[in-house]
Design a protein around this ligand. Sequence first.
Ligand SMILES: [Zn+2]
Length: 184
Amino acid sequence: MAKISVATEIKQQVNMPDIINRYIVAKPRHNRIPCPFHDGEDYNLSYKKGFFKCFVCGMSGDIFKFVSSYFNLTFAESVGKINEDFLLGYSLHEKPSYRDQLKMIERQKALRESQKTKEHLEKEKEDAYWKLFDEVALYEEIIQSSAPKLAEEDLKPQFIEALHNLEYKKYLLGLAESERWGYA
Ligand SMILES: [Zn+2]
């Protein structure tokens, strides 16, 4: 298991009160202690479940920040120290097994595939929208150019057909538009 995921797991098991009880001698008052980072005497460092903050020096962070700053350790070392001191028993140095690595690769591949499919579908929708858009424009053009100039003139068949098609394509375009802009 990688360090980061161990750290995430550790955070679910060890919280700030645990850390304070374990490493700080001063008795807390209402979730506050004298700040060890600026050597304060007043109870200015406040902490909650997973987080601490000193209102004087501004030092703040999670359990790992506290432990690494207090003991002057790196992040990884602070993970190791909490793991040991709280007897959590995570193995920090083991490399992931071949099977776990394969699983991870499979998961990443599946994620990429689903992303591609999504992009593909979106592109298809986008293309379909612009195709309808062009068709509507085309039928409008046909209607304009084949419209009867005089009232008594017979309607040309392409005019009637274009009128028909225009209605239908406009309807489809309306649907596509409402989907595109997110209203119905
Ligand atoms: Zn402070």
